[in-house]
Ligand binder design. Structure first.
Ligand code: PEP
Ligand code: MN
Length: 264
C-alpha cells in the first residue's frame, strides 16, 4: 500500500506555503469552528499568528449534526478566509463535503479538510486526490486505523502524496467527553505509515477545559501537530462553543506543546 512504511520508509514532509509539516517540529492549526464574519476571522488570524500558530482553520461548508443548525457561509466564508491569509500570510484550511465542490474549495485553500463523517466518502476522496492540494483526512467516528489508512490510500492512489492524518476522537461507551481522543493511534500510525499525523483535542474531548492537556498529550505521543478551535469570545462561537478556547488559553497551549516537543 502507498501509505505503508514498507512502500516508503522515510517520513513524508508536506510543504504548506513554505511551512514544513512533518519535519520534526509541531505544526499548530487554529481558528474558529465556523467562519463567522470577515472581522472575526481576521481577528482570529492575527491572534493565531501572534501566539505562534502556523495555519488558520475555519469551516465554510459545515457538516452539522442537525439540518436546522447554521450550515456555514459557503463560498463567502472561503473569501473571508482568503482575506485573512492576505492580512497575516497564514496558510488556510477548510472542509469540503462534496465531490462536486472540491475544485471550488481548492481554489481558495492551502489544505483541503475531509471531515470525520466523510472519511469513507470514496468519490470525495478521489476528487481530493485529483485536486493536487494537501489533504487533511480526519478519522471517522467509528473507523479502525486500518480503515482510515485505506481511506488515505484512495487519495494517494490519485497521485497526490500529500495526505495528513488527523485523530479527532472516536465513539466509545464513555459519555463524560464528547468523543475519546485515541492517542494510541499516534504511535500505531507512525509505525504503519510514513504519513504525518496531527491530533484534534477540541473534537476529541468536546469540553474546553480538557483541550490544552490533551494537546500536550498528543504531542508527547509523537503527533506532528495539533488543530484546535479558538475564538475571541468562545461562548459566542456559532458552532462548537463548548470546546472552543480563548486566545489566552491558546497562547498557553502553544507554549506548552512546544516545551513538550523540545523535551522529546
Ligand atoms: C470541524 O473540524 O469543525 C469538524 C466538523 O470536525 P470533524 O469532522 O472531526 O467532526
Ligand atoms: Mn467544530
Amino acid at each position: 500500500a502507498l501509505a505503508s512504511r514498507e512502500y516508503k520508509p522515510q517520513d513524508t514532509v508536506i510543504d504548506v506555503r513554505g511551512h514544513k509539516l512533518g519535519a520534526g517540529g509541531v505544526t499548530i492549526m487554529a481558528g474558529p469552528c465556523s467562519v463567522e464574519s470577515l472581522e472575526n476571522i481576521v481577528d482570529v488570524a492575527k491572534a493565531v499568528k501572534r501566539l505562534g500558530g502556523h495555519v488558520l482553520r475555519g469551516g465554510a461548508f459545515k457538516p452539522r449534526s442537525s439540518p436546522y443548525s447554521f450550515q456555514g457561509h459557503g463560498e463567502e466564508g472561503l473569501k473571508m478566509m482568503a482575506a485573512a491569509r492576505e492580512v497575516t500570510g497564514l496558510p488556510i484550511i477548510s472542509e469540503v463535503m462534496e465531490p462536486g465542490l472540491v475544485d471550488l474549495v481548492a481554489e481558495y485553500v492551502d489544505i483541503l479538510q475531509i471531515g470525520a463523517r466523510n472519511m469513507q466518502n470514496y468519490p470525495l476522496l478521489r476528487e481530493a486526490g485529483r485536486s493536487g492540494k494537501p489533504v487533511l483526512l480526519k478519522r471517522g467516528l467509528s473507523a479502525t486505523i486500518e480503515e482510515w489508512l485505506m481511506a488515505a490510500e484512495y487519495i494517494l492512489a490519485q497521485g497526490n502524496p500529500n495526505v495528513i492524518l488527523c485523530e479527532r476522537g472516536i465513539r466509545t461507551y464513555e459519555t463524560a467527553t464528547r468523543n475519546t481522543l485515541d492517542l494510541n493511534a499516534v504511535p500505531v500510525v507512525k509505525s504503519l505509515s510514513h504519513l504525518p499525523i496531527i491530533v484534534d483535542p477540541s473534537h476529541g474531548v468536546g469540553k474546553r477545559a480538557f483541550v490544552r492537556p490533551m494537546a500536550r498529550a498528543g504531542v508527547a505521543a509523537g503527533a506532528d501537530g495539533v488543530i484546535v478551535e479558538i475564538h475571541p469570545v468562545p461562548d459566542k462561537a456559532m458552532s462548537d462553543a463548548a470546546q472552543t478556547i480563548d486566545y489566552e488559553e491558546f497562547g498557553r497551549m502553544v507554549q506548552e506543546v512546544n516545551r513538550v516537543a523540545s523535551a522529546l
